[in-house]
Design a binder for this molecule. Structure first.
Ligand SMILES: [Ca+2]
Ligand SMILES: [Ca+2]
Length: 94
């Protein structure tokens, strides 16, 4: 059991364990991306110029910022000040 735990990285959601070698390898293996989260010791990823960096280390397309969907999975692409824009957006969309 101890050996098993040592070789596994426990995702922040406490539901998933991934091999320790998957931590900070640049691929999202935890559902919540915590295996790539800079808060857990990973270096900040390099986002493409067309992308923005989420607080949890994900890269999302810059057009997904304030689009009403939580693409970062930590809502950092949907800060509260998106609200007015979003309400406006929905008025004309629906
Ligand atoms: Ca990974
Ligand atoms: Ca979004």
């Amino acid at each position: 059991m101890d050996t098993y735990m040592m070789l596994q990285f426990k995702c922040h959601d406490n539901r998933t364990c991934v091999p320790l070698s998957y931590k900070c390898d640049g691929d999202q293996d935890c559902d919540d991306n915590s295996d790539e989260n800079p808060e857990f010791g990973c270096p900040l990823p390099q986002c493409d110029s067309s992308e923005i960096l989420c607080a949890n280390g994900r890269c999302i397309r810059s057009s997904f910022f304030c689009d009403g969907f939580d693409d970062c999975l930590d809502s950092s692409d949907e800060p509260y000040h998106c609200g007015e824009f979003r309400n406006h957006h929905f008025l004309f969309d629906h």
